[in-house]
Design a protein around this ligand. Structure first.
Ligand code: BGC
Length: 490
């Protein structure tokens, strides 16, 4: 071309041999290199587990530690006999959900819900505005479902329903209906909220829109998942979420939570802990095996150095890690020579859902992968390249699952859950856990690598909807506790 640029002309019907693609051999060589850096040996996993356990213990001793181990003021397990009608509002990483939950006892419940998608602007803008939107959605839901005289639950004038607010971000709590946002995670960023009591900010929005509810509990999604899973299956001991973000919760003995000693809570009581384990190894980066792609993800994120564990595991980042590897191979002139690569060079253009799709492509020709690359990125691929992409997705997905196993193992080991013959059930939720092929199996394999055969006694299962049902059960437990005069100010 006159400008000195080269122009590659290709069409969909053009035979792939016409483009200068990498050979099968080259792709295999590259794969070996990535295998080395993304693979975690059992020994390394045991070391990570040990360091993780120490971080969990430290978090229980003192406030403000890297893994914050947040006391939730959810006292002990549900009885299974909780009953009543509760509203639940769920503000997660992607959606906003309003639920009406009828908790019926004996592990039964019914739920009616509406979902709203959050826009990117809403995630970054003024926090009060975001909460105003939540209050408006709640108001609309109530108007549509609870004010008609023929609705199953008819709200009388002046009556207020208890609300459980599931806010899936780290909040330091001094009592159950309060929480100071420590930091946004999962790419959220409304600047004026960190360091403030989100329950208070939300109450202002509720007042502004005159929403007939009382905010009775502010909960984390993992705490909700823990309680909902236990309500349905009392063998559940831990809850984990592997979605846009990742986290875990479990039930701790108050006597082990040194940092709340001054509250004089009866030491034989138990309290759920929201670990916020996504923060493990933040700042110091001493324990986790970070590749240069992970370091780029971190440095280019809106919270560099923070959420170190989450950045290797959660759905928000896995697609980006794979994309960075592809971009490196584009720069090294290995991939997509002569093709226009601008679409794949956009940060976060490669969704984590593509990794799931690539891994589950059932065809020999890997037609799904052809589709992803041609449809979303206007790129032609050869079979050898597609096999490489799939293998790379597997390495990144497998590493995420094996690191997740280290986190679970740390809690199990700390609590001595393998010291009895009983199975240790782990309620798990989130898009990666639910949709990524083989994610659960890889966690289980990882647990056997860490603990040997007895690791088989730790079994993850798809959890009940923690943010809806769990939140409602916690609202019910809180009401019962306060009515009984048990720590009414907490
Ligand atoms: C948040 C946690 C949440 C997890 C799963 C993380 O980014 O910090 O509070 O439980 O995502 O949604």
């Amino acid at each position: 071309m006159p400008t000195g640029h080269t122009l590659a002309i290709h069409t969909r019907t053009q035979d792939e041999e016409d483009l200068p693609h990498a050979t099968k051999r080259t792709m295999a060589d590259h794969l070996r290199k990535y295998e080395t850096i993304f693979t975690l040996t059992p020994q390394r996993m045991r070391m990570i587990t040990e360091a993780f356990k120490e971080a969990l213990e430290l978090g229980l001793q003192k406030p403000g530690q890297i893994v914050p181990m947040i006391p939730t003021f959810v006292f002990g397990w549900p009885t299974g006999q909780e009953k009543g009608e509760y509203l639940a509002l769920d503000l997660g990483g992607t959606n906003l959900r309003v639920c009406l939950v009828s908790v019926q006892g004996d592990g039964k419940f019914e739920i009616a819900q509406s979902k709203y998608r959050l826009t990117e602007e809403q995630k970054q803008e003024d926090g009060q505005k975001l909460f105003d939107f939540c209050a408006e959605c709640l108001k609309t839901f109530i108007d549509q479902n609870l004010t008609e005289s023929d609705s199953p639950l008819h709200l009388k004038p002046g009556e207020k329903l208890p609300l459980g607010f599931t806010f899936s971000y780290p909040c330091a709590q001094d009592r159950i209906d309060h929480g100071v946002l420590i930091r946004w995670t999962k790419g959220f960023g409304a600047p004026n909220m960190e360091g403030h009591d989100v329950a208070e900010i939300f109450r202002k929005s509720l007042e502004k829109y005159d929403v007939p509810v009382v905010l009775s509990a502010l909960i984390n999604d993992t705490t909700g998942t823990l309680i909902a899973s236990h309500y349905v299956n009392p063998k559940t001991k831990i809850a984990v979420i592997f979605g846009t973000g990742c986290n875990a919760a479990y039930m701790e003995h108050v006597s082990n939570i040194e940092k709340i000693k001054s509250l004089n809570i009866d030491s034989s009581t138990d309290m759920a802990i929201n670990c916020e384990w996504g923060a493990f190894d933040s700042f110091e980066h001493e324990h986790l095996p970070r590749t240069k792609y992970d370091i780029t993800v971190d440095e280019d994120s809106n919270k560099p150095k923070e959420q170190a564990f989450e950045k290797l595991i959660s759905g928000r980042y896995l697609g980006e890690i794979l994309r960075l590897v592809l971009c490196e191979l584009i720069d090294e002139a290995v991939l997509f020579l002569g093709q226009n690569t601008y679409k794949i060079e956009v940060p976060y253009a490669f969704d984590t859902a593509f990794l799931s799709l690539m891994e589950s492509d059932p065809t020999d020709e890997l037609l799904m992968i052809i589709g992803i690359f041609s449809h979303f990125f206007a790129l032609e691929t050869t079979l050898a390249e597609r096999q490489f992409f799939r293998a790379l997705a597997k390495l990144i997905g497998r590493r995420a699952a094996r690191l997740s196993a280290c986190g679970i193992a740390a809690i199990v080991d700390k609590m001595g859950y393998l010291e009895t013959e009983e199975p240790c059930l782990v309620g798990a939720d989130g898009s990666l856990y639910n949709k990524y092929p083989g994610f659960a199996d890889r966690i289980h394999e990882g647990l056997v690598d860490i603990f040997g055969e007895k690791g088989r006694r730790i079994v993850t299962h798809h959890a009940e909807d923690g943010s809806g049902v769990g939140s409602a059960i916690i609202a019910a437990m809180t009401k019962a506790r306060r009515d009984a005069g048990l720590y009414p100010d907490l």
